[in-house]
Structures are given as C-alpha cells and as structure tokens.
Design a protein around this ligand. Structure first.
Ligand code: S3P
Length: 437
C-alpha cells in the first residue's frame, strides 16, 4: 500500500448513539474458506468487505470457486467439496493478511496442485515457520524465504499424516492451519494450545457438519469427512468495536451502544480488561447467532484506573492492545502489560509503534520485550506514524478524544484491511476526524 492516507482528529468530543461496526474479520475469512470446500451452497450475511477478506475471497475465485458478491455484506459460495479446488493460474496475492496466508498454507497442503502465496511488504516480513514446521511434520512440502517468511510455495500432491502438535505460542492461526490440513490427512490431527485462542474454526467446522473433538486445550479432527453448505450470519467484529469501546470509555459524557457484537469467550479480553480498569460497560440482549454468541454492548464514559493486565487475558485480547494502550494513557496511575511478545510480530511491531506514538503525545510509555509500562497522563497534540498498521491508526484516532490538540496520523490506508468506512462511522458517533489522501 503506497498512498499515504492521513487522518486528522480534532481534540475533545464524546461518542454517543447506536452503531454497528462491520463484520468479524476472522469469521468472514473462515466463511469463505469452509464454504468453498463444502458441498452445496453457503450464504453469508454480515461479511466484512475489507481488503483482507477480499484477498481470501479472490484466492478461492482464482481456484475455480463460483462466489457471488459481496453486495451489502452478502456472499453466496457454490462449494466445490474438499477435492474440487483447481490450480490457480498465477501466484495468489494475499495483501496484508496473515490469517489468509497461514490458514491457506494448511488448506493448500492437502491439494493435488502447487500454489504460490505472496503478500505486501508487511506480510512478507512475518514469521511463517510457526506453520511450515508443523506442516512439514505432517508430510507437507512448503518452501519459504530463507528466514521463513513469505512468499510461501506449497507443493501439492503430498500425502499428509495426522499429528499431535503442542503449539509453542498461543495462536489461533497456527491451530486453524493445522486443523485445515488435518481435513486432508490420514488419521487424526490434534492441536494443543498453551492458552485459549479464538475457536471460530472449530465452531464453524461443527456448523458445517464436520466433527471436531474438543477436550480441554486440545482440538482434533479426523481427515476424510465432508462439509455441508449452510447459512452464516457474521456478527460485528469485537476487534473493530474495541476502538469505539475505548473511545466511549475515555471520553466524558459518552454513551454508546454497539449493536450485534460477537462476544465469543475467546475474544472478550477487551471487555474483561476495560472492566478491570473501571469502565462502565454492560452487555445487553445476549443471544446466539449461528453458533457464535452475540450482544449489544453499552459503554459510558468514566475515569479509568491503571492496572496490571492479567496474562491470561492476553490471547483473548491480542488484537485489542493498540486501543487498550490508549485507554491506559488516559487512566489514573500505571498500567503494566507482560506476556504479550506476540504483539511484536503483528502487522507492525505494535509494542514499539504504540510506545513511540504515545511518547510523541507526551505520555510516559516504556516498551519492554513482552509488553509495556504506561503512566496515565495528559495526551498532547502531535503527529504519529501508524506504520501502515490499521489498528495503530484507529487507536490514535480515538486518543484525540482526550488530547489537548489535534492528532495527525500518517499511513492510514490499511484501515481498509479491516474497517472500511471507519472515518464515516467514527464521525457519526461523534469523533471529529477527517481524512486526506
Ligand atoms: C486471527 C488470529 C490472531 C489475530 C489475527 C486473526 C485469526 O492471530 O491476531 O488478527 O483469525 O485466527 P494469531 O493466531 O497469530 O495470534
């Protein structure tokens, strides 16, 4: 992404009203992947039309799957069955999307044809050995750059064997990659996680009629079954809602209702952490939609307190820390995060990027190897760099609600990877933000 979209957020204001943020990114990716390898038709509503999900959708079109849409979040997929994908005629471009490349690495390992997967500058630097090593032990042949980063070339025609794998890090992408490879493997593939991570793959496989054995921290699939097409209603993304939850929590006088947000227990770290910080946050109208729990979330402004973030919450809030660091900057006292070294290998090094930006804004934010120590204070005016990372850009936009002057944020084009129309929705809710191309 080369164009430098700049956000400028004016200071002050509050967030009010009822809004619905776009669909869940993780669930949208999986709806395309599983819908494509299912038998029969899958109809998706609430699909996130962000660049990451469109990259996944285009990849399956390139492999011969007929997909209509997205139109207003509706996508119809004519599934081709586990063995119906066709070789793409050129390398598959997956943009900025770590979820696409890591999950596809597993799915492609089971195909009869070769696939090369490439990405943008950020994706091309991200670690892939975490998937290529266990895939190799299943018998897959996946080539990467010398340092283990993309491009990835998955050589087809390998006979895969089920494995028992204990992940060294808590990663839903690695777990999902191996379970998807396991659909094509002889025997049983079991993945054990060191801490709970998002379980959308397991839930959705079950929804497609594919049995997943889940016991404690282990999930297993037996290869050779089949998936049956279904309807999927994608809830609003709690990770996108996070920017608004934090914005409403830090801005005095805010009263915001976020509608139809996914509250899968493996994703609710942000709610737990904000509550520990003293946020006024309630869940209303809790219900279940297509195997995923959903609620309307009401947040009102209040004075937050600094806390030591419990490490068990880290994987449950892994994408939410850019926004939570802003909450910590607005809290009274010190907030300490540890056990979050994974933040250094996301779309940017989120520990460094957020510490640098908060320091520019006058906050005492000290990065550590696996987290940050932040002293709450008065956010000042300044110009910060998002490093092309969508979540850094949106977090600093919300910081303006409590800043003494405007905040300018560079390199915001990647907000479109997860949250198209963020600026418009933020304006609707009361953030005084503008965008310049
Ligand atoms: C995701 C898992 C997480 C998360 C990412 C989406 C997924 O990554 O950060 O945005 O959809 O499985 P890790 O599994 O690498 O932590």
């Amino acid at each position: 992404m080369s164009e430098n979209i700049i956000f400028k957020a004016a200071p002050g204001g509050k967030l009010t009203g009822d809004i619905r943020v776009p669909g869940d990114k993780s669930i949208s990716h999986r709806s395309i992947m599983l819908g494509s390898i299912a038998e029969g038709t899958t109809e998706v509503t609430g699909f996130l039309e962000g660049e990451d999900n469109l990259a996944t959708l285009n990849a399956f079109r390139a492999m011969g799957v007929k997909i209509d849409g997205p139109v207003n979040g509706q996508v119809t997929i004519q599934g081709v069955g586990l063995h119906g994908l066709q070789a793409p005629s050129e390398p598959v471009y997956l943009g900025n999307s770590g979820t696409s490349i890591r999950l596809l690495a597993g799915l492609m390992a089971g195909q009869a044809f070769d696939v090369e997967m490439i990405g943008d500058h950020s994706l091309s630097t991200r670690p892939m050995k975490r998937v290529t090593d266990p895939l190799a032990s299943m018998g897959a042949k996946v080539d990467s750059s010398a340092d283990g980063s993309p491009p990835l070339k998955v050589n087809g025609g390998s006979r895969l064997q089920g494995i028992n794998y204990t992940m060294p890090m808590a990663s839903a992408q690695v777990k999902s990659c191996l379970l998807l490879a396991g659909l094509y493997a002889d025997g049983k593939t079991c993945v054990t996680e060191p801490a709970p991570t998002r379980d959308h793959t397991e839930r959705m496989l079950e929804g497609f009629g594919y049995s997943v054995e889940r016991e404690g921290s282990t999930a297993c699939v037996v290869g050779g079954g089949k998936l049956t097409g279904r309807k999927i209603d994608v809830p609003a993304d709690i990770s996108s809602a996070t920017f608004f939850m934090v914005g409403a929590a830090i801005a005095k006088g805010s009263d915001l209702l976020l509608e139809h947000v996914g509250i899968n227990p493996t994703r609710v770290g942000v709610i737990n952490i904000l509550r520990l910080m003293g946020a006024d946050l309630s869940l209303n109208n809790e219900r279940e939609v297509g195997g995923e729990p959903v609620a309307d979330i009401r947040v009102r402004g209040s004075q937050l307190q600094g806390i030591r973030i419990p490490e068990e919450q880290v994987p449950l809030a892994i994408d939410e820390f850019p926004a939570l660091f802003v909450a910590a900057a607005c809290a009274t006292g010190e907030t300490v995060l540890t056990g979050a070294e994974e933040l250094r290998v996301k779309e940017s090094d989120r520990i460094q990027a957020m510490a640098d930006g908060l320091q520019v804004l006058g906050i005492d934010a000290r990065p550590t190897a696996d987290g940050m120590v932040i002293q709450g204070g008065q956010l000042q005016t300044g110009t910060v760099e998002s490093h092309g990372d969508h979540r850094i850009a949106m977090a600093f936009a919300m910081a303006a609600l409590r800043a003494s002057g405007p905040i300018t944020i560079h390199n915001c084009a990647n907000v479109n990877t997860s949250f198209p129309d963020f600026v418009t929705l933020a304006q609707t809710a009361g953030l005084n933000i503008s965008q310049k191309d």
